[in-house]
Design a protein around this ligand. Structure first.
Ligand SMILES: Nc1ncnc2c1ncn2[C@@H]1O[C@H](COP(=O)(O)OP(=O)(O)O)[C@@H](O)[C@H]1O
Ligand SMILES: [Mg+2]
Length: 377
């Protein structure tokens, strides 16, 4: 897959930017605060319909403007396609896909495939379970039609069940109202769990091999989906009856805590190297390596599922990733697909020899081409 053209209108610090990334490697460099990450954020937004930095679309509007617009021309399986997303104060969000206006967010997920490597990836390892669930939800939404819709349906049912749990304790109907929401949670929750389990299995397979290579065979990484509902012996996904039992047996506690304690909204992924939980026992370096292995694995999963290599977005590589890990990352990926790299100092970049790169200087709301050349280092 390739992004042929990207247009940003009143997005972050850009009033208007038209930019055509190279088919191979594009390097965007400039001091901090000049707008490099914002370009990757725009691509991420078109891919996932969300910013990785904020959940509030209004924050993305250039200060003083009343709305933003983003569009991309992409080539996928040899066919051109266009995505246009705009957001305005009071108007909300409008999405146009291949010239057809009025699309829903769920309909454009998976049209533009991008994998972002950024300093925040460490949160997948170090952060709380919510980070890992968000990672799963974002990534599966990109590759599985209908997942995002199921997620919205599940969250709606969860909200309703929690609203019942929060009703006044003297309300006798509380217990009578719960089964209807339990039924919906089970219906949508099982779909989410089964998609997540198969995604984690596929991811784990690639991540194990990649991690073994980049740790030069010293470490063995294992990822496993941990389901709060529990699973029958020898299976990865709970049965509907088991799910119902789990909800029922947690009901008394849920009524006291006024929230639902089991289900995919409480699940997690265990990340273990050489038998140790890397979150607790791993060094910062080991955690970074694991995070990188997981991201590279994600590229392979996307390739397998979509038949196309996603666009890679590598944010701030020179300051966040040491030279040896940069080299590993480039060895695994660079030159294989469209790659956009941001950094403050392009001379510290390690790219595979002979890969064609276009280097742009970013600043003052503009992006200026400085050099097109095969990499020499
Ligand atoms: N909504 C906005 N409108 C205008 N400028 C913004 C907005 N949000 C952030 N900025 C500014 O955009 C600049 C670029 O940010 P960023 O893309 O993170 O830069 P870099 O990645 O190069 O460090 C920052 O100086 C920030 O103050
Ligand atoms: Mg940045």
């Amino acid at each position: 897959m390739k992004i042929e053209k990207l247009v940003l209108n009143d997005f972050r610090c850009y009033s208007y930017l038209e930019f055509s990334p190279s088919e191979s490697v594009t390097v965007l460099y400039g001091p901090n605060g000049t707008g490099k990450t914002s370009i990757l954020e725009a691509i991420g937004y078109l891919a996932t319909t969300r910013s990785h930095r904020t959940s509030k679309d209004s924050e993305l509007i250039r200060w003083g403007a009343t709305g933003f617009a983003l569009s991309a021309l992409i080539i996928k399986h040899g066919r051109k396609s266009s995505i246009d997303m705009r957001y305005g104060e009071g108007r909300g969000r409008e999405i146009t896909l291949d010239g057809t206006y009025g699309k829903k967010a769920g309909e454009i997920l998976g049209k533009l495939n991008a994998v972002r490597f950024s300093p925040e990836d460490l949160d997948i390892i170090k952060g709380g379970p919510a980070h890992r669930r968000r990672f799963l939800d974002m990534e599966i939404s990109q590759i599985t039609a209908g997942y995002y819709t199921t997620l919205l349906q599940y969250n709606r049912a969860l909200l309703q069940r929690n609203a019942v749990l929060k009703m006044d304790a003297s309300t006798r109907t509380r217990r009578e109202l719960l089964p209807e929401w339990d039924h919906q949670l089970i219906q949508f929750g099982l779909k989410l769990i089964s998609e997540r389990v198969s995604f984690v299995k596929e991811l784990a397979g690639y991540a194990k091999d990649i991690h073994c290579r980049i740790s030069t065979g010293k470490e063995h990484l294992s990822l496993q989906y941990c389901c709060s509902v529990g699973t029958p012996p020898g299976a990865d996904v709970p049965q509907a009856r088991q799910y119902e039992e789990a909800l029922k047996s947690a009901t008394e506690e849920d009524l006291i805590k006024r929230s639902t304690s089991v289900g995919p909204h409480r699940d997690d992924i265990s990340i273990v190297t050489n038998g140790y939980d890397i979150r607790t026992y791993g060094s910062q370096g080991q955690q970074r390596t694991a995070a990188m292995a997981i991201r590279i694995a994600q590229v392979h999963v996307l390739e397998t599922v979509t038949g196309e290599t996603p666009t890679l977005l590598l944010d701030d590589v020179t300051s966040e990733i040491d030279a040896s890990r940069q080299e590993m990352l480039m060895d695994e990926l660079a030159g294989r697909c469209q790659t956009i790299i941001t950094c403050t100092d392009p001379s510290r970049l390690r790219l595979a020899r002979g890969v064609k790169k276009s280097v742009y200087e970013v600043g003052g709301g503009r992006v200026l081409l400085r050099e097109v050349s095969p990499c020499s280092s």
